[in-house]
Write a protein that binds this ligand. Structure first.
Ligand SMILES: NC(=O)c1ccc[n+]([C@@H]2O[C@H](COP(=O)([O-])OP(=O)(O)OC[C@H]3O[C@@H](n4cnc5c(N)ncnc54)[C@H](O)[C@@H]3O)[C@@H](O)[C@H]2O)c1
Length: 287
């Protein structure tokens, strides 16, 4: 069988670059599609051997532009003869500030890069994958901001929620063509887009909301994306996978606000509420 072929948008930095590296390690042929030529050149230099072998191509691409997306996908088909995976990953922070001051232009830019681009990617990947006996896999990179109202700027959060829902609606439409569409929701990941996550983790505000005691890295996402791209996830479609160190699972961390956090409170027992029965309480025996 020919090597599997993928397009990774925003493939020249952060999560995209780690995904490109993972695909190359796994023997795939990859087109990294990105707007930033300098980062693209760095990526090619970093994977010099794969670039020389024609297994890594850089396509300068603005994901908000239909012709650019189409060209990146056609480049992958030209290189590999088929398209097995599209990773819709490119992203920016987008518009921020009070709603009364956000301009329509900045709002539209955010949605063009984060939302329209995902529609365009799915449209052109489906065009190719539909004709393939094994269909293909599309992985969209959303965010935990798609799941909650205070995990990112408003425009970013709303656009990422559309990415999550596109994963469901297009999984439904394209399932009969064996095209799977899934989504990853990164938490706070140390990349150039998120400088705060690149600082010292221990004792940071992030450490207070995230159960796992280490910072998220682009490679953590690359592993999840490789799983959703490949044969181990053949029966999974229309799903999201939060890759967030447990932030979504923990929710608003009320335990630390209400003083019921089991790790910090020295008591064990059972509260029987307003039943008229007494609570039982004793001191914790384990440290
Ligand atoms: N880093 C985080 O904490 C985090 C958390 C949740 C979600 N995400 C999402 O992960 C994805 C990757 O982000 P990252 O953290 O690796 O950021 P990054 O800045 O390291 O990489 C993003 C890449 O996208 C490219 N890009 C931006 N606009 C583009 C456009 N119009 N056309 C083509 N390429 C474009 C950039 O040039 C850059 O190379 C984004 O969708 C982001 O929203 C990141």
């Amino acid at each position: 069988m020919n090597a599997r072929t993928a397009v990774v948008t925003g493939g020249a930095s952060g999560i995209g670059a780690a995904t490109v590296a993972r695909f190359l390690d796994d023997g795939w042929t990859v087109v990294a599609a990105d707007l930033n030529d300098a980062s693209g050149e760095r990526l090619l230099a970093e994977h010099d051997g794969a670039a020389k072998d024609g297994r890594l191509l850089f396509a300068r691409c603005d994901v908000a532009e239909e012709e650019d997306i189409q060209a990146a996908i056609d480049a992958a088909v030209g290189a590999g003869g088929h398209l097995d995976c599209l990773v819709n990953n490119a992203g920016v922070g987008g518009a921020f500030g009070p709603v009364t001051e956000i301009s329509v232009e900045d709002w539209d830019y955010t949605f063009a890069v984060l939302s329209r681009a995902v529609f365009l990617g799915i449209k052109h990947a489906a065009r190719v994958m539909r004709g393939q006996p094994d269909g293909g896999s599309i992985v969209n990179v959303a965010s935990i901001a798609a799941l909650a109202g205070d995990a990112g700027p408003q425009s970013y959060s709303a656009a990422k929620a559309s990415v999550l829902h596109m994963s469901r609606v297009f999984a439904t439409e394209l399932g009969p063509d064996r095209i799977r569409v899934n989504c990853v929701c990164p938490g706070v990941i140390a990349t150039p887009l998120n400088p705060a996550a690149s600082e010292e983790f221990e004792g940071s505000p992030l450490a207070a909301i995230q159960p796992l005691p280490y910072v998220g890295r682009p490679e953590h996402l690359a592993g999840a994306i490789a799983f959703l791209a490949g044969p181990d996830s053949t029966f999974i479609t229309g799903q999201y996978l939060a890759v967030d160190g447990g932030v979504e699972a923990a929710g608003p961390r009320l335990g630390s606000i209400l003083g019921t956090d089991p790790r910090s409170v020295g008591l064990v027992g059972v509260n029987r509420g307003s039943t008229g029965r007494k609570a039982t309480v004793h001191r914790k025996v384990t440290p």
